[in-house]
Design a protein around this ligand. Structure first.
Ligand code: GLN
Length: 452
């Protein structure tokens, strides 16, 4: 990786040797003619995968895109990584991300930005821009991401790839460095809907190591992606998530998707989710609050970087202060400060408490919408990929990019983004988002297969 894969810089670490040895092992199993072992191989055995560098792996560093974890190696594998290894999928390496998954452009990585393979002057989305760019640039056929407010789906949208945020609790987060624990979810990043279903099936299902893991077995997602049938299905357009504020080219590709679904026999209805207008505000209180607590463990004692104060007394507070000042970037500091403030005595009810109430209202909007529609649809992001640097100094403009993806995280429902074609005005990929009720991930694959 010479500072970056023809300028894309999707990877922070490449693991050629181990990946090749797993691939060779699969080859030799397949070559052993008539061997029963070959039949037991998973469909994805030997298919390489890139893993977002927020997910811990034995034998490769995990940085979370932060200087505070530079050079740190996890002593254990995340559950999803264990499942990849069990399926004999070679792990190609670790992909770039906004530091601790905070951002929508991958510009907040401490190791330099990832660029969009469609146009190197543009962002690949975030926080999982590395995983999406690796798949879009044909560097990896499959990747894993994490989605707390859209970090799988929005990068998918702006790079023309498929990204899925599964139902909250349906894929184990054990070994995903926590950002906002009530929102985080691991999921697939791929080139096709069927690939996502196959990968989702490998990583999903109950895990006793994650206390939020759902007990139910996964539905047959691969079969759902194979069926691709929408006849008689009710698809709900979310009134609040298109139109004003959405780029014209995004809007026209969105309308085209609706036509496709109509032609395939779906019934298109309109639903209103009036509380979605407050979702972004609630998210940017809840997420920093949880993150400020989750990131307290990076104290210069337990993990990675330790910076000693240059002079004065060597107290624990001063070592922590010096380490966190040097180890965290600006966006992470901004959110720790915001979150600490929102949780502080005297402000807790006004900020965190109100945000939690909004969260309930968003969930009720979804409940009501799913009484009249089986699946909801919207553009994944309001615009196509913007230019590097364009929103870097304007956090609010950056946050606004997540307006369509955040409601699903607040409610825990599953979402899938898939390519909807290119916008007329700039020739860049447009993402279409599908949303289903919790535990109904299979519906996303059924509808997604028709739209693809
Ligand atoms: N862009 C959102 C944020 O900055 C989403 C992050 C994520 O899903 N990890 O918080």
């Amino acid at each position: 990786v010479d500072g970056g894969e023809r300028g894309v810089h999707a990877f922070l670490h490449v693991n050629t040797e181990e990946a090749l040895s797993v691939a060779a092992e699969v080859d030799s199993i397949r070559a052993a003619a008539g061997g029963a072992a070959a039949e037991e191989l998973h469909a994805l055995a030997g298919v390489p995968i890139a893993v977002k560098d927020l997910i811990v792996t034995i034998g490769q560093p995990t940085t979370a895109g932060s200087k505070i974890l530079e050079g740190w190696h996890s002593p254990y594998d995340a559950t999803v990584v264990k499942r990849l290894r069990a399926a004999k999928m070679p792990i190609l390496g670790k992909t770039n991300l906004d530091e601790f998954a905070m951002g929508s452009s991958t510009e907040h990585s401490a190791y330099g930005p990832t660029r969009n393979p469609w146009d190197l002057d543009r962002i690949p989305g975030g926080s999982g821009g590395g995983s999406a760019a690796a798949v879009a640039a044909f560097e990896a056929p499959l990747a894993l991401g994490t989605d707390t407010g859209g970090s799988i789906r929005q990068p998918g949208a702006v790079t023309g790839t498929v990204g899925v945020k599964p139902t909250y609790g349906s894929v184990s987060r054990y070994g995903a460095i926590a950002m906002a624990s009530s929102l985080d979810q691991i999921g697939p990043v791929t080139r096709t809907v069927l690939d996502s279903a196959l990968l989702h099936q490998v990583i999903g299902g109950h895990d006793p190591f994650d206390s939020t893991s759902l007990p139910d077995p996964l539905a047959d997602l691969v079969a759902a992606a194979g069926v691709g049938h929408v006849e008689g299905m009710r698809i709900g357009i979310i009134k609040e998530l298109h139109g004003e504020g959405y780029q014209a080219g995004v809007e026209s590709r969105f309308k085209e998707s609706l036509d496709l679904l109509r032609q395939a026999g779906a019934q298109i209805v309109e639903v209103s989710c009036p509380n979605f207008q407050y979702a972004l505000g609630a998210y940017y209180l809840i997420m920093p609050s949880e993150a400020s607590s989750n990131l307290a463990k990076f104290d210069g004692v337990r993990y990675g970087l330790r910076v000693l104060p240059e002079d004065g007394p060597m107290t624990i507070e001063r070592v922590m202060g010096a380490t966190r000042a040097a180890g965290f970037g600006d966006e992470v500091k901004r959110r720790i400060i915001l979150g600490t403030y929102a949780l502080s005595a005297g402000y807790y009810d006004a900020y965190y408490g109100s945000a939690q109430k909004v969260r309930t209202l968003v969930q009720r909007d979804f409940d009501a919408a799913f009484t009249v529609a089986d699946v909801l649809i919207s553009p994944t992001a309001p615009t196509t990929a913007f230019k590097l640097g364009e929103k870097l100094d304007d956090p609010l403009a950056m946050y606004l990019n997540d307006v369509a993806t955040i409601p699903a995280n607040l409610a825990g429902v599953p979402g899938l983004s898939l390519p909807g074609g290119l916008a007329d005005e700039d020739g860049l990929p447009v993402g279409i988002q599908l949303l289903a009720p919790a535990r109904e991930d299979a519906r996303l694959y059924r509808v997604g297969a028709v739209l693809e």
